[in-house]
Design a protein around this ligand. Structure first.
Ligand SMILES: [Zn+2]
Length: 487
């Protein structure tokens, strides 16, 4: 496959993307400043879609029935190469940019704690790079940027897959900001999330408790039941819950209205579905014990990620060609200040993630990292079957389109995702450099695929073989709509 991708292509893409670096960094900072949460990313989506229109893309907004989802296309015909971008933030993670200590900008405000401001703009910059290359070299085909909202707890892409917006795509590429450089080669956990709302009867808790039927008791008993279930589910499963409605702050009232949100995960969707059935029975049991009624509301689900080894090998070769981000002494000093704020457990988690993707060679590789604050080389690649214990809605895309992703270093070693450290570094030159390299790696992979139909066919055959044994079914029922963050 490398025969068709020359060093000249790499140099040209590098220049095309670097020429617009200030513009891309501005977009990333704008999305960082907006910090909008799932399915409410109205201004972030408007910023990015307008930027793509200005670059000559045709934009279709509100796709898949989701207001903040959009697709921007350039070119015509086959192949269709998609770059996937996200732009949703997290609640409660407001934080000053470029800081090296926790310092909220707004109390309880939102923050880009998973670096999706960088994620979305790198995909945008990659798509613009491909567009510019196609125009300069009369290359035919279609490059698309998919604006994918609601990744954090929203499964935006799963809803988009359900509505068929990826059906004519030949390959999808994306990435995630991280504290290292690697191919995202691991499967992830499938999940289902559902609300259980109990309704009882309120009463004076001292004067007439025998007349009350407590919905809060039902939530507590349901959780006890679920905790006993843990021993009897597959070992890779994860079971989490959050009490989203307690019934009120008054202990002298029998609480009549309480709700708990369950998130169930396992490697295989069939295992998640089996756990979900048992959790529903536990909820009914809790209602029976307490004389309350329960209503379940399906919230969202996503499938486990299915890596495409053909695309991963190509992406690894493009990552080697462009190289990881390089840092100057000032950036290294900032990285050291951030690294001083993370724990040894955080560092071990980063190492475990590298080993999960890199296998045996990854184990040797992490031994060389101890003294560094910033990683400036590429971790070894392996077609890993080790699980990454998390979920992503890229999972559903990977079942219908051959998909590859990489991690690019944007953060000091040991930085855990969903923390103030990610928010701070996401508006620093560390984040911006990683974002631009990610754009180049994705653009290089996309151009290589446009020039090489054989690799595209091989990637499709790999997916077809896998899904023939286990066909894809969207895990979200037809009547369930995307839901913004509550509260
Ligand atoms: Zn993320």
């Amino acid at each position: 496959m490398d025969a068709t991708v020359t060093d000249a292509t790499t140099r040209q893409l590098d220049t095309l993307i670097e020429n617009k670096r200030d513009r891309f960094i501005d977009h990333a900072n704008q999305v960082w400043d907006l910090a909008e949460t799932r399915f409410e990313e109205t201004r972030s989506a408007a910023t990015l879609s307008a930027a793509l229109e200005a670059e000559g893309f045709r934009v279709e907004r509100g796709i898949a029935g989701i207001e903040t989802a959009f697709v921007a296309s350039y070119g015509t015909g086959k192949p269709v190469i998609a770059l996937l971008g996200e732009y949703d933030a997290l609640a409660g993670l407001s934080q000053r940019g470029e800081a090296s200590r926790a310092e909220p900008l707004i109390d309880n405000g939102n923050g880009h704690g998973c670096g999706h401001n960088l994620l979305g703009v790198a995909a945008l910059a990659g798509a613009v790079g491909v567009r510019d290359y196609m125009a300069d070299n009369a290359l035919s085909g279609t490059v698309r940027f998919y604006g994918c909202p609601g990744e954090e707890g929203g499964s935006g892409k799963t809803f988009m897959v359900r509505e068929g917006v990826f059906d004519d795509v030949d390959a999808a590429l994306t990435w995630h900001p991280q504290a290292f450089n690697a191919i995202f080669s691991t499967p992830t956990l499938a999940n289902i999330q559902a609300y259980f709302r109990f309704k009882g009867t309120s009463a004076h808790a001292a004067n007439s408790p025998h007349l009350g039927r407590s919905a809060l008791d039902a939530v507590e008993l349901m959780n006890v039941g679920a905790n006993y279930l843990r021993e009897h589910i597959v070992p890779d499963a994860r079971l989490h819950y959050s009490i989203t409605r307690t019934g009120g702050a008054s202990p002298n009232v029998v609480q009549a209205d309480a709700e708990v949100l369950y998130l169930m995960r396992a490697r295989r969707m069939s295992d998640v579905q089996a756990i979900f059935e048992r959790i529903q029975e536990i909820a009914e049991g809790a209602a029976l014990m307490t004389g309350t009624q329960v209503e379940m509301t399906f919230d969202k689900a996503c499938s486990g990620y299915r890596p495409n080894r053909t695309l991963e090998r190509l992406m690894q070769s493009r990552f080697e060609a462009f190289g990881p981000p390089r840092h100057d002494p000032e950036e290294i000093a900032y990285g050291e200040r951030i690294k001083a704020t993370v724990s040894d457990d955080d560092l071990r988690t980063t190492y475990a993630n590298i080993i999960a993707t890199g296998g045996k060679a990854g184990e040797a590789y992490v031994e060389g990292l101890a003294d560094r604050a910033l990683v400036d080389d590429l971790a070894p690649y392996s077609a890993s079957e080790a699980l990454m214990y998390g979920s992503t809605d890229v999972g559903d895309v990977s079942w219908v389109v051959p998909t590859a992703q990489c991690y690019v270093n944007c953060f000091a070693l040991g930085t855990p995702l969903h923390t103030w450290q990610v928010v701070a570094q996401g508006r620093s030159s560390l984040g911006h450099k990683g974002m631009l390299q990610a754009a180049k790696v994705m653009a290089g992979t996309a151009v290589a695929l446009m020039q090489d139909p054989a690799t595209l066919a091989e990637a499709r055959a790999e997916l077809d073989t896998a899904t023939r044994r286990e066909p894809y079914r969207c895990p979200i029922p037809d009547d369930v709509a995307p839901s913004p963050l509550k509260g």
